[in-house]
Design a protein around this ligand. Sequence first.
Ligand code: ADP
Ligand code: MG
Length: 156
Amino acid sequence: MTEWSCYLADESATVAAGKALGQVLAECADGLSLHLAGDLGAGKTTFTRGVLNSFGHSGAVKSPTYTLVEEYQLPTRTLHHFDLYRLGDPEELEYMGIRDYFTAADICLIEWPVRGEGVLPPADVLITLKVQEPGRIVKLESGTERGSRLVQQLAQ
Ligand code: ADP
Ligand code: MG
């Protein structure tokens, strides 16, 4: 397992960390599953905004709390941003055809992956955000070989 963590002093540092990951993702054409863990208010959506910014998306990024997933067309592929906070049962993911989202090229970024445990495919990278007043700590842990290469590139 490859691990990397960093203190994020303010919101802009969280966006910058997301951007840095986005730049590494842009160099990898594979489909990726990225889990974003952390309490409410830890900065998961802010981090996602950074990832999307790096691909040129400058519009708003809202947590798809009720729709569960929001789709973003990036220049070369699609990013699916999930927020599973309100998911009642992991089996609901089967009804929404969850497997179809995990293609050979798309990126899935999933807030509250714990709600989908048992149904979601394993994460390439688990990203955990934690409040450490006045800022946050972000930690990335790889779950696959592919994820390990990404974390190594980010740590360089
Ligand atoms: P989540 O999606 O985990 O619920 P959000 O991304 O919506 O959390 O962020 C919650 C709040 O935390 C926002 O007001 C955001 O500006 C703030 N925030 C994000 N990163 C930091 C940071 N590094 N330091 C301080 N506040 C931050
Ligand atoms: Mg959120």
